[in-house]
Design a protein around this ligand. Structure first.
Ligand code: FMN
Length: 197
């Protein structure tokens, strides 16, 4: 039984808004795969759309283009080693990166993509938006979010609650070379001073 709760699609952009490193998941033709991506972001409100950079040379890119879909899972700090690991080896060179790193994906509810919950804060299922430039030249892939869910201990009522949730689920932000900053401390801005006339 999943401990995740559905996230309204109008709030899905908030799952990526603060720039967490994500795990891009994919599956096609009996193969499944997972890689790390530091570069992802929301790009449209309605319908919710996201962009993620998936190098054309990766196995993930091959599966995403073939399936027309990708998953984005937001790992917590407890998955730092696994995140770095799946981003350092290609699925072309090992039989199954999920199994290699002890990751147990579940089928997503709309597209059946492998999505991760244990050790993760949230996931999004995305339908690839066919773009000529994605096929030809660029590494950036766009997707429409069709389902999203999160662990309510860290994301509830459309808001991150990282200061209150377990430290193991604080999000990872890649600094390079396998070093990550971990998000957890909140600073609440005060009310805006009135503008001078
Ligand atoms: C922390 C981290 C972040 C990364 N971010 C990206 C990224 O944003 N885009 C990308 O194309 N590759 C990124 N990579 C590299 C891929 O994860 C890497 O090429 C991976 O081995 C591809 O796996 P695959 O061939 O199984 O798809 C990152 C690697 C790490 C460790």
């Amino acid at each position: 039984m999943s401990h995740f709760r559905p996230v309204a699609l109008e709030h899905a952009s908030r799952l990526l808004n603060h720039g967490p490193t994500v795990l891009v998941t994919s599956a096609h033709g009996g193969r499944r795969n997972v890689m790390a991506a530091a570069w992802s972001m929301p790009v449209e409100f309605t319908p919710p759309r996201v962009a993620v950079v998936i190098d054309k040379r990766t196995f993930t890119r091959e599966l995403v283009m073939a399936a027309g879909a990708f998953g984005l899972c937001v790992p917590g700090a407890v998955l730092a080693d696994a995140t770095y690991g799946v981003g350092s080896v290609s699925g072309r060179d090992v039989p199954d990166k999920f199994a290699r790193h002890g990751l147990e994906p579940h089928p997503g509810p709309v597209l059946g993509l492998p999505v991760l919950e244990d050790g993760c804060c949230a996931w999004l299922e995305c339908r690839l938006i066919a773009e000529r430039h994605t096929e030809d030249a660029y590494d950036t892939c766009f997707g429409e979010v069709v389902a999203a869910a999160a662990d309510p201990r860290v994301f509830d009522a459309g808001r991150w609650r990282l200061d209150a949730g377990p430290a193991a689920l604080h999000t990872l932000h890649h600094l390079g070379g396998g070093a990550f900053a971990v998000a957890g401390r909140l600073v609440q801005a005060g009310a805006c001073p009135s503008q001078p006339r």
